[in-house]
Design a protein around this ligand. Sequence first.
Ligand SMILES: *Cc1c(COP(=O)(O)O)cnc(C)c1O
Length: 225
Amino acid sequence: MAETHTQSAASRLEAVHEGIAHACKVAGREVGEVTLVAVSKMHDSVSIKRLIEAGQRVFGENRVQEAQAKWPALRESYPDIELHLVGQLQSNKAEDAVALFDCIHSLDRPSLVAALGKAMARAGRQVPCFVQVDVGEEEQKGGCPIGEVPALIASAREAGIPVVGLMCVPPLGIEPAPFFAFLDKLARDNGLGKLSMGMSGDYETAIMLGATHVRVGTALFGERE
Ligand SMILES: *Cc1c(COP(=O)(O)O)cnc(C)c1O
């Protein structure tokens, strides 16, 4: 039984690798330009281990507390794991996030710039951040309003936060390509080279439009409960 699960984790991972390779080929890009972030939220350590054993090393979680419960033990067994925060971050969790994560995809407001800047300075640890952009004007998803992105990037840099790119979660149920193309242009206009965009249903489209980080959960782990 365990063997079967391992194989299915391996075959899911292989299928996503094939999707990434196909999209890169179509777009004339190198597969090495795209980082696959395996989003393991709501999946337990057993399922995560299967994917690690299949070769995956970069993982994403959307909640600090859940990540704190699962990852310290996993990292003892697999020290070369890279852990990304892909979900909204409360300012009062900034210190915990800086201690635990290697990359934060959800920097989206001035109060969080202040909290993360302070936390990074205190920890002596500069965690690369993506500025999350509210491309669909959906406040509940978080994300910086489009017009405020340049100012947020500037203030983050002033606070000593390494801003590496832009991230978005487009509205559900609409063709995402125009949002991805828009995020790519906004990143270029702001001199940023990295783009965190694309999930299980649309990561190939996102890669064709410039994604450097795709955040894939369901296609790797199956449906969440
Ligand atoms: C859950 C989540 C994902 C992964 O979504 P899937 O559709 O399961 O691939 C990606 N990004 C964020 C921000 C998420 O919360």
